[in-house]
Design a protein around this ligand. Structure first.
Ligand code: F6R
Ligand code: MG
Ligand code: MG
Length: 369
C-alpha cells in the first residue's frame, strides 16, 4: 500500500508487568530506558513510525505507531522481545515479580494469550487526530466499562450526544463475554438498557471496542484476563484503552469527564478488593496505600502522519483534585471493612485469587470432624 495520509495507521498499546520497583508499586527507570532503546532501534529500522514508553504502577506500556496493521507478527514480536529484555534486566536488579506477565516460554506469532495486554486500532488519520491513551494499575479490564458507557452513551456526561449532529446518532459497543469468549454488538441509545444488563457485570462482560454508526473505530481496550490464560492467580490485568476525540467523537473534556467520578473497581491489594479508581498524573501512578488505591493515567497525543505529538499528562490538572480527594475518602471508607465483603471481593470472584487454597484446607479440616 502506498504510504500517504490516506493509508491507515495503527496505534498499538502493548503492556506487561515485567517486574516492580519496590514490590508492585512502580517501574524502575532503567527498565523504561531499556524499553526506549529497543523501540528507538525499531524506529530507526522504519518498523515503527513513532513510539512512547510509559509506566503505570508496576506495568510497562509500549505505545507504538506503524503501518503494519493490527495483530502484526512483527510488532507483537518487537513488544515480546522488548519485554523479555526488560525481564532479564529486572532479574539482574532483582525487581519484584520479574517476568510476572510473561506467561509463555517463547513467542508464537501474537502476544495475545501469552500474558501481555493489547489494545490496537487502525484508521485513516483525520485532518487533526487527538487520541488519549489510558493505563490502569491494580484493576481489571472491566474497569473501563463505566467510563466508556459515560463517554459514548450518557448525555449527562457527554453533551455532544445531544447537541452535536455528528454524534447525535449514538455509538455501537462491542462487548466481550470473558468466560464464553463471544462478542456482541449493542447499539446506543436504542439498546442502552440491554447494554447495561451486560456491562453492569464488569467481571463477566467487558467493552472491547466502540464504533461510530458508520463503522469508524472510536475506542478500544485490552480485554485479556491473565488468570484465565494462566489458570491460576497471577495478579490483576491492569488494562489499557485508547479513545479518539473531537470532530464527531466526544471532546477531550467529555472523555476525561468520565473519570471525575472515582468509581469502584475490582483489584487493589492482591487483586481481591473493591476500591476507587483514582485519576492521577503519570508521576503519581505509584500505588502505595494497601498496594493502591487503583490508579488511572491519561496520556493525550496529537497524531501527525503517525508521529506521536505529546504526550500531555491529562490528569495532571487541578480539575481532578476533587476526584482524587473523593477517591481517598472512599478508599478510607472501604478499608475500614478490612477483610469483609463488599470491600473484599465476593467468593465467586475470589476463585481467581489465592483464597481457594486456604479455603480448601479449612474444608478438609471440617470433613475430618
Ligand atoms: C495486585 C498486586 C499486589 C500483590 C500483593 C501480594 O495486583 O499486584 O497487591 O497481589 O502485593 O504480592 P505477592 O503475592 O507477590 O507477595
Ligand atoms: Mg507486579
Ligand atoms: Mg500492575
Amino acid at each position: 500500500m502506498k504510504e500517504n495520509s490516506q493509508s491507515p495507521i495503527t496505534i498499538s498499546v502493548i503492556k506487561a508487568d515485567i517486574g516492580g520497583y519496590v514490590g508492585h508499586s512502580a517501574s524502575h527507570p532503567e527498565i523504561i530506558d531499556l524499553a526506549e532503546d529497543k523501540l528507538k532501534k525499531a524506529k530507526k529500522e522504519e518498523l515503527l513510525i513513532d513510539f512512547y514508553v510509559t509506566s503505570c504502577g508496576d506495568d510497562l506500556e509500549l505505545i507504538m505507531t506503524h503501518r503494519q496493521g493490527k495483530d502484526s507478527e512483527k510488532i507483537h514480536k518487537l513488544a515480546w522481545d522488548t519485554f523479555m529484555a526488560c525481564t532479564e534486566l529486572a532479574r539482574e536488579l532483582k525487581l519484584y515479580g520479574a517476568g510476572q506477565d510473561m506467561l509463555a516460554d517463547a513467542f508464537s506469532g501474537n502476544v495475545k494469550g501469552m500474558g501481555p495486554g493489547v489494545a490496537e486500532m487502525s484508521f485513516v488519520e483525520r485532518k487533526s487526530e487527538p487520541v488519549i491513551v489510558f493505563c490502569g494499575d491494580k484493576c481489571a479490564p472491566g474497569a473501563w466499562n463505566l467510563p466508556l458507557f459515560k463517554i459514548f452513551a450518557d448525555p449527562f456526561n457527554t453533551i455532544g450526544l445531544v447537541i452535536d449532529p455528528t454524534m447525535h446518532d449514538g455509538f455501537r459497543f462491542e462487548v466481550h463475554d470473558v468466560f464464553e469468549g463471544r462478542d456482541m454488538i449493542l447499539s446506543c441509545p436504542e439498546e442502552m438498557y440491554d447494554l447495561l444488563v451486560l456491562i453492569g457485570s464488569p467481571e463477566n462482560y467487558v467493552i472491547k471496542n466502540v464504533y461510530k454508526k458508520d463503522g469508524e473505530i472510536a475506542a478500544t481496550s485490552s480485554t485479556q484476563k491473565l488468570a484465565l490464560i494462566a489458570g491460576r492467580y497471577v495478579g490483576k490485568d491492569d488494562p489499557v484503552m485508547m479513545v479518539r476525540c473531537q470532530s464527531g467523537f466526544p471532546a477531550v473534556g467529555e472523555v476525561l469527564e468520565a473519570f471525575a467520578f472515582p468509581h469502584l473497581v475490582s483489584g487493589w491489594m492482591r487483586g481481591s478488593h473493591y476500591g476507587p479508581l483514582m485519576p492521577v498524573a503519570q508521576r503519581e501512578a505509584t500505588p502505595s496505600r494497601f498496594d493502591g488505591p487503583p490508579r488511572v493515567i491519561a496520556l493525550g497525543f496529537q497524531l501527525a502522519e503517525g508521529k506521536l505529538i505529546g504526550p500531555r499528562d491529562m490528569f495532571d490538572d487541578p480539575g481532578f483534585d476533587l476526584a482524587r480527594k473523593e477517591a481517598n475518602r472512599l478508599a478510607e471508607f472501604m478499608r475500614r471493612h478490612g477483610p469483609f465483603e463488599p470491600h473484599r471481593l465476593g467468593l465467586k470472584e475470589m476463585e481467581y485469587t489465592t483464597l481457594p487454597q486456604v479455603l480448601k484446607k479449612l474444608l478438609e479440616r471440617e470433613k475430618q470432624g
